[in-house]
Design a protein around this ligand. Sequence first.
Ligand code: NAP
Length: 354
Amino acid sequence: MDLQFNVSASGSEEPVNEGRPDVENVIIIGSGPAGLTAGLYAARATLNPLLLTGNDYGGQVSLTYEIENYPGFPEGISGPELVEKMKEQAEKFGTQVEYDHVTELVLDQHPFLVRTASGKEYATKSLILCTGARPRYLEVPGEKELTGRGVSYCATCDGFFFRDQEVIVVGGGDSALEEGLFLTKFAKRVRIVHRRDKLRASKILQERAFANPKIEFVWNTVVTAINPGEDGKVASVSTRNTVTGEEGELKTDGVFIFIGHIPNNDLFVGKLDMDEDGHLIVDRKMRTNVPGVFAAGEIMDKVFKQVATSVGQGTSAAMQTERFLADMEAEGYPGVHVDPREAPVELCRLMETA
Ligand code: NAP
């Protein structure tokens, strides 16, 4: 493809990205299962993809102690090990994985520009956005101050520090139960505080949690504050019963919070269409509202959020990107557009047929 343009936003020097083409075919942003799988498929399609990992290499799955429901691993596999295998497979076929964090995207011109924390600037014909999600905060007094001093969002990372201690888990979904079960390996008592009297978690996890003698449930209860002891670490939580309004206090050494996730969409605000919860809106071909920009994984998925579904979405996004680039190659690049919401007619037409 013969693209003529000045890649530098300032209009001055060309960016120097050693060993990389002047214009990338595709840049994948994010190194969780969706991103690494998109890398694998894009590499096998000979697109020579560049994958920028972001600050949280491997995404949320790398914080998961054991994954039992990813097909092909009947004995289960640890999150970090699965991420390593996915990376190895993507690299084997030619994905270049760069440990860099994207700070800015320019989507109102084509090729798009990607700027990173290390000061690099890349131009690219297409993008696959796989930036995932991060834990939701309780937003109660004491939470921020006591994070790392007894408040945690990762049982795999911090569970070990609570050997023979008491911990509280907040939440009633799969994460709360799965992580609560994991914490029983260390803690002597795990109390799961849930705001209703019914769990959202899957049946199998509920059964396991109910059968575990170290786990107790505190129903219809919200945590209203997290309180420090004299040593500056978590000593208790203040609670309120959601039915009776009664206030109380539970003594504890640790508070693990698993109340859902927020999509990592900072880079896309005002540039790409999102739903009311901040997930990127894509069609069934993983296309955002800007032609050439695709998304996969938890940045666009508010329903399934499984490693297996993220992998499938990453696959679809890469296959669609390949078709987009092939069509551009065949029909000729339609030219620079200025407003992503008013992409050139030709490009829209290409997207329709892709
Ligand atoms: P989730 O399913 O959205 O559950 C969040 C839980 O936190 C809910 O029980 C919710 O209560 C509670 N909650 C939300 N905001 C709260 C607040 N401000 N105060 C107190 N409680 C609050 O989130 P998740 O457990 O992180 O799971 C996310 C997705 O990942 C789900 O699709 C899940 O199936 C999947 N996942 C799967 C596995 C697995 O298959 N092994 C493991 C982990 C996660 P309500 O129930 O009252 O809304």
